[in-house]
Design a protein around this ligand. Structure first.
Ligand SMILES: Nc1ncnc2c1ncn2[C@@H]1O[C@H](COP(=O)(O)OP(=O)(O)OP(=O)(O)O)[C@@H](O)[C@H]1O
Ligand SMILES: [Mg+2]
Length: 301
């Protein structure tokens, strides 16, 4: 048996099996199973309310699963005590949907915070660490600025520098490009790819942005009402997205729906058919008017 830190290739760094989570008696995660391999970048997609953020919160141990098993870096976090859970949390970096910087602190102070809280390192060593992390995200020259003095894209990068502070093995990103213009968003994509290559971290990225998803993913997963609809290599999704004409008509119902989701087609085999439209609404989350379905997909032109 190998130690958690020396997991052999092939042993998933994250394993979810039959995970269930209910809020007010309603199952929002319903038997979710997913293996994530060390070093890969996996993109998690799905309609609004399909359970993406909840899945992330379950994986980082900020909420508890009702049923099922979750193993992170070899630790069963469903049955772990607080001490074991904290040890796992130190291996995780999270970039939240909001960025979540402290406005009263400079960027350098924000990045230093986890190091001050969780290590016994000397101040000089912490300062060096902070410079390295800010350099990694291209913000070293802005170390002394306050969050209110920088752009949205820079805030995301600063949040990322803070997520990197403790040299995590796994990085979670919840909607990293939300609210950013297309160019800034592409810069964040580049950064996600760079960090994955340079640091060898495992990355889990939740996104609605199809351009981003295809730019960064090794594999892609689609959630549907708290269940895994499909997990495949990026090439599989590219093939489904790019299937045209007669070949598109031969795709299965599920593949055609995924195709429409990926392409953001206003018209397609799914919305053309009433019964299938119901299926699409079902699959894409809360009921929505037919004409708004494609807007779930692509917010970038
Ligand atoms: N703390 C909570 N209490 C009650 N319901 C919750 C809670 N957190 C999430 N939910 C519900 O669980 C479902 C899934 O929410 P979640 O935030 O995981 O969706 P999502 O896929 O991240 O959506 P979005 O794309 O809008 O961010 C939603 O119906 C949501 O209202
Ligand atoms: Mg969410």
């Amino acid at each position: 048996m190998s130690e958690a830190g020396t997991t052999q290739t092939g042993d998933p760094i994250i394993q979810l099996k039959g995970v269930v989570k209910a809020f007010d008696g309603k199952r929002v995660i319903d038997g979710l199973t997913l293996d994530i391999q060390r070093g890969e970048t996996i993109v998690v997609m799905g309609g609004s309310g399909s359970g993406k953020s909840t899945t992330l919160r379950l994986m980082i141990g900020s909420i508890e699963a009702d049923e099922g098993a979750i193993r992170i870096c070899g630790t069963d976090i469903v049955h772990a005590n607080e001490e074991e859970l904290n040890a796992v949390r130190l291996k995780l970096g999270v970039l939240f949907q909001s960025g979540a910087l402290f406005n009263s602190m400079t960027l350098a102070e924000n990045v230093a915070l986890p190091l001050i809280e969780h290590t016994t390192l000397d101040r000089e060593i912490i300062d060096i660490q902070v410079k390295i992390k800010l350099e990694l995200v291209g913000l070293r020259e802005h170390a002394d600025k306050y969050p209110s003095e920088i752009s949205g894209g820079m805030k995301k990068r600063a949040g990322l520098a803070r997520a990197l502070a403790l040299d995590p093995q796994i990085l979670f990103y919840d909607e990293p490009s939300a609210g950013l213009d297309p160019v800034t968003s592409a810069e964040i994509d580049r950064l996600i790819i760079d960090l994955s290559k340079k640091l060898g971290v495992t990355s889990i990225v939740i996104t609605h942005e199809m351009d981003s998803a295809f730019a960064i993913a090794d594999r892609m997963a689609m959630l549907d009402k708290g269940e895994m609809l499909i997990v495949e290599e990026r090439a599989w999704f590219e093939r489904v997205r790019d299937t045209e004409g007669e070949a598109a008509e031969k795709l299965s119902e599920k593949e055609r729906l995924i195709r429409q989701f990926l392409r953001g087609d206003a018209e397609g085999p799914i919305t053309d058919r009433k019964a299938a439209t119901n299926y699409a609404e079902d699959l894409l989350g809360s009921p929505m008017p037919r004409e708004t379905i494609p807007s779930v997909v692509s917010t970038r032109g």
